[in-house]
Design a protein around this ligand. Structure first.
Ligand code: GLY
Length: 332
């Protein structure tokens, strides 16, 4: 064997021996101990105050020892069905051509995931995302293909925009003859719902669903249907979801970044803060650039952080149920 090849071979041999030595330690508990679940019950958190109702629905499953995956789906379906909600599901705002297009994704403790984007006229995008995860070999379906799949699976059809939203759209269109005027994220509009759950078995899952940026360009996808941007779950570490300007969240693979920061030892709060700071560092103009992250770790610790003030999240455990204002980097 030539000398340099032999040296490389020996190096690899040494790495193999070290990895081999780590495995028994892992099996013996040294590594698993640091990720041990210490919660004394399940936990659910979700973005914004619409999260309170979603958490209650998720809790019906979690409190009976059910699975986090079932809980996250059931939770956000409540928000999707709320006709008064203008940023999620049936009551969502349209794009600038008048179409309500819905985005959603779901991820479970086995790193299985499903996503749907640019879906029109179907009542529960989160359940379509779950069906894609469970019944196809794919992760994501979009547009007419996603709709065809949903109809084949027996999902209900809806007519959108619903009448009050149609009225609002007509008014907006009249007042915005220049349709390519930069649309603004309305931070009062409460945006996406991202919901994360830790079940009694110590397993994590997450769900994220939205109608996206009101008056967006037809065909636009935000962060919410993108695994790693709007949502990410790693059952060994934690889970994170995002809300706000999807374009900025996609640029830093936001939710994945938060989970990776937790993997490297940061608390959920610090991980969310560091991800927000990364977004800030990548943008010269922060006008209207609101983004927030929400995260839980495997031990049931919770954290959140946003660019601007105003972001809050709902939390429910065996002991408490509340809305929490997230810390932020700057004020409006
Ligand atoms: N975060 C939702 C969106 O940008 O579509």
């Amino acid at each position: 064997m030539e000398d340099h090849k032999r040296r490389n071979f020996l190096k690899l041999g040494l790495i193999g021996a070290v990895v081999g030595a780590i495995q028994p330690l892992k099996a013996g508990g040294l590594f698993t101990q640091s990720f041990e679940t210490k919660i004394d019950g399940p936990l659910v958190v979700s973005t914004w105050n619409h999260g309170l109702a979603a958490n209650s629905a998720a809790w019906e499953i979690l409190s009976k020892g059910g699975k986090a995956l079932d809980a996250v789906e059931k939770g956000v379906r409540v928000t999707e069905a709320d006709v008064t909600n203008r940023s999620v599901g049936i009551g969502g705002m349209p794009d600038r051509d008048g179409h309500v297009t819905l985005d959603a994704c779901i991820m479970d403790e086995e790193s299985r995931c499903g996503a749907v984007g640019f879906l029109e006229g179907i009542d529960h995008p989160i359940s379509v995302a779950r069906a894609i995860m469970e019944k196809t070999q794919h992760v994501m379906l979009v547009g007419s293909g996603a709709k065809k799949f949903a109809l084949e699976q027996g999902f209900g059809q809806i007519k959108t925009p619903i009448p009050p939203v149609k009225e609002e759209y007509k008014k907006w269109k009249k007042e915005n003859q220049d349709l390519f005027k930069k649309p603004e994220i309305n931070h009062e509009n409460h945006d996406t719902i991202g919901l994360l759950a830790l079940d009694i078995h110590g397993n994590l899952s997450g769900a994220c669903t939205t109608s996206g940026w009101a008056y967006k360009l037809h065909g636009r996808l935000g962060d919410s249907p993108i695994i790693g941007a709007g949502l990410f779950v790693d059952n060994e570490i934690g889970a994170a979801c995002a809300t706000g300007l999807g374009e900025a969240i996609i640029r830093i693979a936001g939710s994945h970044t938060v989970v990776e920061l937790m993997r490297h030892g940061h608390s959920p709060m610090d991980a969310c803060r560091l991800a927000v700071e990364r977004i800030i560092s990548k943008h010269k103009d922060l006008t209207n650039l609101q983004c927030g992250f929400l995260a839980i770790d495997k031990n049931g610790n919770v954290g959140a952080y946003s660019v601007y003030n105003g972001f809050n999240y709902a939390l429910k455990t065996n002991k408490e149920e509340k809305l929490v204002d997230a810390p932020f980097n700057r004020s409006w």
